[in-house]
Design a protein around this ligand. Structure first.
Ligand code: HXC
Length: 510
């Protein structure tokens, strides 16, 4: 009996070494942790339970029958993060570069199935070379199965991808179908085909970093949602991130103890908006002063900075925040900002996360670059997403809400539940200068008359009261009371229920 137990321990110890000591050293030398070290950091201490430790590949081609490694390049199982169940798979780059074989894929799909049954999130840690080349179509079939389950799980359980090394082929397409992607600077790359293939096909010479590093995907392509300096920082922040997310689309947001009084007044907000309407202010100050303990998890901080999205809490419960950022392009809505916010709104709606929207938007960005880039379609995505979302939606207009952007940014008309405005709000088709130049074009030659017309327009329209008189704004509130107002509105809406319409699915302008 003792022998048998020892054999199990030996086999486990061998499996834990993955591709062996030398490759583990190489992994560390590249500034990366191993798959198991990563899992240990991500999960609560001692909570990881591994499955399929002894699974091996079944390939006989190219001498592969002689190189079998228990686990076959992926570590799978489940554990907890601050006591809440999550499923995990971590690619082991020390085994065939973490590439995916038929059996490696089965390990992942088993975890995907289990996560769906257990209604718990799934986190993939990626560091891998795509399909196992020696396995051909068997590996491609394996990816197909993973992709199919990614889609089945979409909107049912949160799916998070963390990119911690080079990732190519199928190892970028599976993350691309999950809800959030996080990367590590200088050690992680995502590309469909690597620099060598790029050189052969297009004759372009690029480094892996230039082609698909974190700086590309968090700033230019928006494929990734955040970046960190190393594996440790990244994995610890993913723990913090998971605390914001519901486990699935049914149980609702988690509730954590909060020591921040929901009635806390914030007098400094009374002077946040400058007297000069053309002067910017930082909307992040408003967000940080409103959410519990100033704890805000920003998503896509480096992309389309004219809109800010992320998660915070009010009374211990998660809210999704969308806010125009007057500091960047005056907070205008362009294609990038629209699609960034649209996807976020849809995530919140999938998982029953209430949405708080702070509005200060001068409109949609004009110009050929935007129109040729499909501003109409991208703007429609945000309009569609807000209109469709049935979660509680509470909106605060702090300053400008001009034109179509007023409608889009969670106005009453697209289904927001409670709409507040600060006394500094200006709700109109456009700003005074543009408006006067159009409707009083005949007076343009008379500066005095134009000044009088501008004043008349400003007095009448550049305030929240025309909208408030019509009931489009539920109340004009003191800025200092924003947190209290939001907390009360969200409590009021906690049991909001909207029956889904009868249809297979909508046709969002993708
Ligand atoms: C089998 C692989 C492999 C793969 C890497 N390895 N990728 N083995 N299949 N796809 C092995 C290498 O042979 C090597 O083994 C070890 O892993 C480490 O790889 P290196 O190349 O030494 O590491 P590095 O220099 O860091 O480069 C990492 C890499 C590169 C950028 C990922 O290995 C690479 O380009 N791999 C191929 C990527 C690719 O084209 N994959 C197929 C994509 S198509 P030894 O024993 O020598 O150490 C795909 C289809 C699905 O995924 C698409 C669905 C849409």
């Amino acid at each position: 009996m003792k022998d048998i137990l020892e054999k199990l321990s030996e086999r486990r110890a061998k499996a834990r070494l993955g591709g062996g000591e030398a490759r583990i050293v190489a992994q560390h030398r590249r500034g990366k942790l191993t798959a198991r070290e990563r899992i240990e950091l991500l999960l609560d201490e001692g909570s990881f339970e591994e499955f399929d430790t002894f699974v091996e590949h079944r390939c006989d081609d190219f001498g592969m029958e002689k190189t079998k490694v228990p686990g076959d390049g992926v570590v799978t199982g489940w554990g907890t993060i601050n006591g809440r169940v999550v499923f995990v798979f971590a690619k082991d780059f020390t085994v065939f570069g973490g590439s995916l074989s038929e059996t490696h894929a089965r390990k992942i799909t088993k975890i995907q199935d289990m996560a769906l049954k257990a209604q718990a999130p799934i986190i993939g840690l990626f560091d891998a070379g795509g399909a196992r080349i020696q396995e051909g179509v068997a590996a491609l079939a394996g990816y197909g199965d993973v992709f199919h389950l990614n889609v089945a799980a979409s909107g049912v359980i949160p799916q998070i991808s963390v990119i911690l090394g080079p990732c190519a082929g199928g190892d970028v397409y599976s993350p691309a179908m999950t809800d959030f992607i996080f990367m590590v600077r200088d050690t992680s790359y995502m590309f469909v085909t690597g620099p060598d293939v790029v050189k052969t096909v297009t004759n372009e010479t690029v480094t892996a970093e230039e082609l698909g590093g974190a700086s590309v995907h968090t700033v230019r392509s928006s494929v990734a949602d955040g970046a960190y300096d190393n594996d440790v920082e990244c994995l610890l922040d993913i723990r913090r991130f998971m605390d914001f997310l519901p486990s699935n689309n049914v149980t609702g947001v988690p509730e954590w103890p909060s020591f921040d009084d929901p009635d806390r007044a914030e007098p400094s907000l009374d002077t946040l908006v400058p007297d000069n309407a053309n002067k910017p202010y930082d909307v992040k100050e408003l967000i940080l002063k409103t959410v519990d303990e100033g704890d805000f998890f920003e998503i896509q901080a480096g992309f389309a900075k004219n809109i800010v999205i992320g998660f915070g809490r009010i009374e211990g419960r998660t809210v999704g925040i969308v806010a125009n950022q007057p500091m960047v392009l005056a907070g205008v809505l362009d294609s990038d900002a629209s699609r960034k916010a649209a996807r976020f709104v849809r995530f919140c709606d999938c998982f029953e996360i209430p949405i708080v929207t702070f509005v200060d938007v001068p409109g949609f960005l004009p110009g050929t670059a935007q129109e040729y880039g499909g501003l109409i379609k991208h703007g429609a995505k945000l309009l569609f997403a807000y209109s469709q979302a049935t979660v509680p939606k509470v909106t605060v207009i702090t300053r400008k809400a001009f034109g179509g952007a007023y409608d889009v940014m969670a106005s009453k008309h697209v289904g927001a539940d409670v709409n507040y405005a600060w006394p500094t709000a200006q709700i109109a088709v456009m700003g005074a200068k543009g408006a006067v130049e159009i409707i009083f074009r005949q007076d343009i030659g008379d500066p005095e008359l134009i000044a009088a017309r501008t004043k008349e327009y400003e007095d009448r329209f550049l305030s929240p009261f025309v909208a408030a008189e019509r009931g489009y704004i539920d109340e004009v509130i003191m800025p200092r009371s924003t947190r209290r107002r939001l907390a009360r509105a969200l409590a009021l809406l906690r049991d909001k229920a909207v029956p889904p319409p009868r249809r297979k699915h909508d046709n969002i302008p993708l």
